[in-house]
Design a protein around this ligand. Structure first.
Ligand SMILES: CC(C)(COP(=O)(O)OP(=O)(O)OC[C@H]1O[C@@H](n2cnc3c(N)ncnc32)[C@H](O)[C@@H]1OP(=O)(O)O)[C@@H](O)C(=O)NCCC(=O)NCCS
Length: 251
């Protein structure tokens, strides 16, 4: 009996050791990946922000770097369906950085969130590689869509301070969204979009003419009525003139 118990205990101990080994391996891989990702974030910020003076400054004092670190942890948990803890990490990061990245969002390599305060990235938003977002950017929904509700941002896209990109459409690679623009529909590759609602003003670096107004087209029926009104007025005038001549000549 005693022998049986000790065999059972040995088996349980071996099982536990295996579990510990597997968990330690997973943690080590996770830590290694996170360190590599943080190094990449620091490098990206140093390359793109001329105000960044040292790696240590970027690592310790840049909220964009902190928010991305928290996002990676939260996203890992979200993928394993630990929704509450994922959201708790994302909200804590928001409290400290002012940047709210939903743990369900998909973010590529080389994202820089400069200054950060007021940035919101929705659950179904997707961001390609080497993008830059400035403070106050919203990658959000309009409230009218279900399922995929947030935009898909291509590679090398810049979204200026305060810009809102709202809806489940695509922003093409190498496109620039101007500060304070409100984008409500798809923008193709290599464009610059400005204003509310955003309009394309540059494509492949060349000026785009927006003078042709496709919305405020003149109403042809109203135009015809106006033409008839003018004709009627001139006929009435002619008739009145003839009438006065006839009266004078007592015809
Ligand atoms: C849009 C932007 C990226 C410039 O892109 P670009 O392709 O070089 O475009 P241009 O500078 O040639 O400007 C194109 C046109 O858009 C206008 N424009 C530029 N930025 C604009 C803006 N934010 N809102 C409205 N119009 C804008 C320009 O006046 C120009 O008009 P024009 O065609 O009548 O001459 C830049 O102006 C911008 O908004 N950057 C955001 C940077 C930012 O947020 N910085 C925050 C740092 S804290």
């Amino acid at each position: 009996m005693n022998n049986d118990n000790s065999i059972k205990r040995k088996q349980e101990l071996q099982k536990f050791k295996k579990y510990l080994k597997k968990t330690a391996k997973e943690v080590c891989t996770g830590v290694r990946k996170t360190v590599a990702a943080v190094k990449e974030d620091v490098k990206t910020t140093r390359e793109r922000d001329p105000a960044a003076k040292s790696d240590l400054e970027v690592l310790l004092l840049y909220p964009g770097v902190h928010a991305l670190l928290a996002y990676r942890l939260a996203h890992g948990l979200y993928k394993k369906e630990h929704y509450f803890s994922a959201r708790a990490i994302s909200q804590t990061a928001r409290f400290f950085t002012g940047i709210e990245i939903h743990p369900g969002a998909t973010i590529g390599k080389g994202l820089m969130i400069d200054h950060g305060m007021g940035v919101v990235i929705g659950e179904t938003a997707e961001i390609g590689d080497n993008c830059t977002l400035y403070q106050g950017v919203t990658l959000g929904g309009t409230g009218k869509d279900v399922g995929k509700r947030h935009p898909t941002i291509g590679n090398n896209v810049m979204v200026g301070a305060g810009a809102k990109v709202l809806g489940p459409f695509k922003i093409g690679d190498n496109t620039k969204i101007a500060a304070n623009a409100v984008v409500l529909e798809e923008i193709p590759e290599s464009c610059t979009a400005v204003g509310i609602p955003a309009k394309i003003v540059r494509r492949e670096g060349k000026k785009v003419d927006n003078d042709l107004d496709q919305i405020h087209i003149p109403d042809p029926v109203a135009q015809e009525i106006k033409r008839l009104e003018n004709r009627l007025a001139s006929l009435e005038a002619e008739l009145a003139a003839l009438d006065s001549v006839a009266k004078k000549k007592k015809i």
